[in-house]
Design a protein around this ligand. Sequence first.
Ligand code: ADP
Length: 318
Amino acid sequence: MAVLLTFLNEQPAWSDIPLILITSGGETTQASLRVFNAFGSSGNITLVERPFRAITLISTVQVSLRARRRQYQTRSLMETLEQRVTERTQKLEETISELEAFSYSVSHDLRAPLRAMQGYSHVLIEDFSEGMDEKAREYIRRILTASERLDRLIQDVLTYSRFTRGDIEVSRVSLEPLVYDIVQQYPALQAPRAEVEIRTPLLPVAGHTGSLTQCISNLLTNAVKFVSPGTSPHVSIWTESIDSDVLIYIHDNGIGIPPAHQKRIFSMFERGPHTAGYEGTGIGLAIVKKAVERMGGSVGVQSEPGAGSKFWIQLAAA
Ligand code: ADP
């Protein structure tokens, strides 16, 4: 009976084998009661007590066979559906990668005419501005600003699509030198423009150097950018270990993010409220999310408007 019970419990989702139990005659015995109870409510069991008429047995067997046939039908339906889902998923994945390749080449090709616009605007300002009135000079400056903004947008889209293409290899990354290098690279992260406190030691993580550099620079440059006018940016970066993971924290004294926006800001082109005076394209955090997920990690933020933000990246420990 134990073997039968194990077998019944291990049936696939579509299967519920019907059992017919024929008991000895007379009173319901303790033995048949025990069997009946052992199968409990999960067993598909019919009890036929002796004496029974032939028609009783025949109809019971017929009902059971009919039920079993239905189960086989369900199984083949499930197999067909599974096959269809697999095919559609494959098609979707192909479409997505085609779209990604498309957006990459479009973005790439957009930069050439843009460079011509920027170049000729520069020439106009540098070589011909003397003969122009102030209004004309102002218009050219606006063309330049707009084309620079478009260029930044295209570059960000290109960076984003770079993180959606190809596989990356995860290996041990020493976070500490990586963070020092980033701070060295950006004047906006150095005194007197900002104070970035690196709370050493920073634990090594399992990641990808290029992707992590992109993520940490995006988070640090955001941290010193989104401060109220007149506030001097103060940012801390540190790590903590939990179980077999490492959490990287970046805490700032900036304008903060209302709870309703804290999830949305990680989507493409999403900018929080009150960002009108701050430059940006709304792609930086989407890049961070994509890159972190490709390293097998996750990213999030804790924040309160006016009380700074604490972004975190969770990755496996190295
Ligand atoms: P961008 O910086 O170009 O606007 P991001 O994708 O980097 O785009 O950020 C999306 C939005 O998230 C920002 O527009 C801003 O509203 C909010 N945000 C990001 N980092 C911070 C931060 N450290 N403090 C406050 N708000 C932030």
